[in-house]
Design a protein around this ligand. Structure first.
Ligand code: FRU
Length: 448
């Protein structure tokens, strides 16, 4: 929803819908589901329902007992090669995962500035061999590459969607973010996997300034900018293909009303103070529909979810389908919640019987998995697989009550000692209608 007078626009919308109902039979046109899209507003009231309990708290793990995916690189934000239905794909007996990576001499907090995508393969789905960088030097777009999604496409090729961050060969580091794709043949031998015959990389989506904030619309007072983290999704109900992505609601901070419509019910608003500073929090989960079979053309649609006044970064969104319901997930940091809200670093989720609109926060607030309270940065970037297995990476452990800003001020040795940069033990969650539960830990590296 755009930052205009909501009440007024609601009555205008109602009038327009009325006119459409009258005219559709006459002119014979139809209104697509997307044009009727009802962006879900995740409210401050929803987040205020949050409790941390044994149903949503991950068990503590011991980083020193875990196996590193690579001894030379930190890795984070991993994702598996998926079939078109979202299940981990198996290519001639091999499973393949992708992850952001950086050499281990880089300060963990600086890793985003140098990230590149590597891949790993396995024939038991638990222990992974390094395949090295996915892309040949100089071929990927952006000055660095951020998270993405990989599928076996209709031609049996690897198709990777990723975030092209910054511009190739830029003089200073910029934070432009665009969504890119490329395809390659997957070659396997008895011992490993490689990618050959790469297509040219191309940009497929950029923020439009109408539904999604452009870099230019983002002012200095807004702490973060996002148009990133594509996730491929084929809707089993319709066969339509989409990319979900992390974004911000369009428009400039100065033009945003201090508007209570997004905050919660009348009763909640009377009893809750919303600080003016929360205007700068405008995270959203975007969606675009594929308009060709090659998945190289996409049309931006209104966001599935907005978190105006609530949260600034809804990272690596994804969706799974269970029964008749869609389950939409994103992860976020505790410091990305607007002031006045107290919510943990965690995985958050929403459910609806429709892909577009009608979402309910899971467990009333949205919180699905929180890190243990005595280890609040233990893991991050949870990804929910269709069978309820959840993967993540080891972030910072045992930081003795320091927040992320304080961790960033510690010595390089401290930061490197407490950062994991490897896969965390997987988790299993149950999902029953609009409630979830952390059931148990699974082996590190298991994606299924
Ligand atoms: C989450 C994240 C992603 C982004 C990547 C950059 O861990 O912020 O949203 O793609 O890290 O390193």
């Amino acid at each position: 929803m755009k930052w205009n007078k909501v009440k007024k626009s609601k009555s205008i919308i109602a009038a327009i819908i009325g006119l459409f109902i009258i005219f559709i039979p006459i002119v014979g046109s139809t209104v697509s589901a997307q044009e009727n899209a009802d962006t879900f507003n995740w409210t401050r009231e929803n987040v205020s329902n949050l409790t941390i309990n044994d149903k949503n708290t991950a068990p503590t793990f011991n980083k020193d007992e875990l196996v590193k995916l690579s001894s030379d690189y930190y890795i984070w934000d991993a994702w598996p090669l998926q079939d078109l239905n979202g299940h981990p794909a198996v290519v001639n007996g091999f499973k393949i995962i992708f992850a952001l990576s950086v050499q281990k001499d880089v300060l963990p907090g600086k890793r985003h500035d140098l990230a590149q995508i590597q891949y790993f393969y396995s024939n038991d789905g638990k222990s992974w061999e390094s395949g090295g960088p996915v892309f040949k030097a100089g071929e990927a777009l952006g000055s660095r590459q951020w998270a993405g999604s990989s599928i076996v496409n209709k031609d049996g090729k690897l198709q990777i969607f990723y975030t092209a961050t910054g511009q190739k060969n830029e003089a200073g580091l910029s934070y432009d973010q665009r969504l890119a794709t490329a395809t390659a043949d997957v070659r396997t031998t008895n011992t490993g996997v490689s990618f050959k015959n790469w297509s040219k990389h191309q940009i497929i989506l950029e923020a439009d300034g109408k539904y999604y904030q452009t870099k230019e619309q983002t002012g200095n007072e807004e702490s973060s900018y996002a148009f990133r983290d594509p996730y491929f999704f084929q809707d089993p109900k319709t066969g339509e293909q989409y990319l979900l992505f992390e974004a911000n609601t369009a428009g400039k901070l100065a033009d945003r009303p201090y508007n209570n419509e997004f905050i919660g019910s009348e009763e909640f608003r009377q009893n809750h103070v919303t600080p003016e500073s929360s205007k700068a929090f405008n995270g959203s989960i975007g969606i675009a529909k594929a308009t060709n079979k090659d998945l190289s053309k996409f049309e931006l649609l209104p966001p599935l979810l907005e978190a105006n006044y609530v949260n600034d970064e809804l990272e690596r969104p994804s969706v799974i389908v269970k029964g008749n319901s869609y389950y939409l997930f994103a992860k976020t940091h505790t410091e990305k919640f607007a002031s006045g809200l107290d919510a943990p670093e965690g995985l958050y989720g929403f459910t609806s019987d429709s892909l577009f609109g009608g979402y309910q926060p899971l467990n009333d607030s949205g919180l699905v998995i929180a890190n243990p309270t005595d280890n609040p940065y233990q893991a991050y970037s949870w990804m929910v697989m269709p069978n309820g297995t959840v993967t993540s990476f080891v972030n910072y452990v045992n930081v003795d009550g320091k927040d992320m800003y304080e961790v960033g001020k510690q010595s390089p040795e401290y930061q490197m000692e407490h950062f994991g940069g490897m896969l965390a033990p997987s988790l299993k969650i149950s999902i029953t209608r609009d409630t979830t539960k952390v059931l148990h830990e699974k082996q590190q590296g298991v994606f299924k």
